[in-house]
Design a protein around this ligand. Structure first.
Ligand code: HEC
Length: 156
């Protein structure tokens, strides 16, 4: 190898290194999928996500079980003294990390809250999300129906 060839191969190696570093920087750290709003209580999705929900029926279930905390049509505005947020979250429009273009993903994100409940951050939140599934307040079909209604509120 003469001096010139050696210099060239060194240069080539250097260029490859710089390109590799640039590529790694561009791809960035992948965003973990679980960064969105998740309930404080543990547990996986329930039977409801495999059922077909009826939004009209879900509206009635919503009015009987959810309006008191989430407001008319889920528009929020209900005070939650002692909670870090001070109001119960609105479901219409819903947190953008819960909403999803894919129906089943959207339904699963909602279902986790409805099945297992969730306690807001803060010293002493007055209101907590109830465990409608775990405490058998609603049947899986009723949960599927209320999910269909909440999704319909967010798909206009
Ligand atoms: C006793 C009051 C109460 C009732 C009744 C209630 N919720 Fe909730 N819900 C809450 C609170 C408080 C939160 C916030 C929980 C948290 O921050 O961890 C919440 C959170 C949620 C969330 C997650 C929203 C977000 O942005 O994080 C969904 C979805 C939800 N509720 C759906 C429902 C549905 C559907 C019903 C009726 C079947 C219902 N809730 C009934 C109090 C209630």
């Amino acid at each position: 190898m003469n001096t010139r060839t050696r210099q060239m191969s060194w240069l080539y190696g250097f260029v490859v290194l710089v390109l590799a570093a640039a590529l790694a920087a561009c791809s960035g750290t992948p965003k973990p999928a679980d960064e969105g709003a998740k309930p404080s209580n543990p547990g996986g999705p329930g039977e409801a996500i495999n059922l077909t929900g009826d939004a009209a029926n879900g509206k009635t279930i919503f009015e009987q079980n959810c309006v008191s905390c989430h407001g008319e049509e889920g528009k929020g505005g209900v005070a939650n003294p002692g909670g870090a947020e001070e109001t119960v979250p609105a479901l219409n429009p819903i947190d953008e990390t819960i909403a999803n273009a894919d129906y089943k993903t959207f339904a699963t994100n909602l279902d986790l809250f409805i099945e297992h409940g969730s306690t807001p951050e803060g010293d002493s939140p007055t209101l907590s999300m109830l465990k409608f599934g775990d405490d058998k307040i609603l049947t899986p079909q009723q949960i599927a129906d209320v999910i269909a209604y909440v999704i319909s509120l967010n798909r206009k």
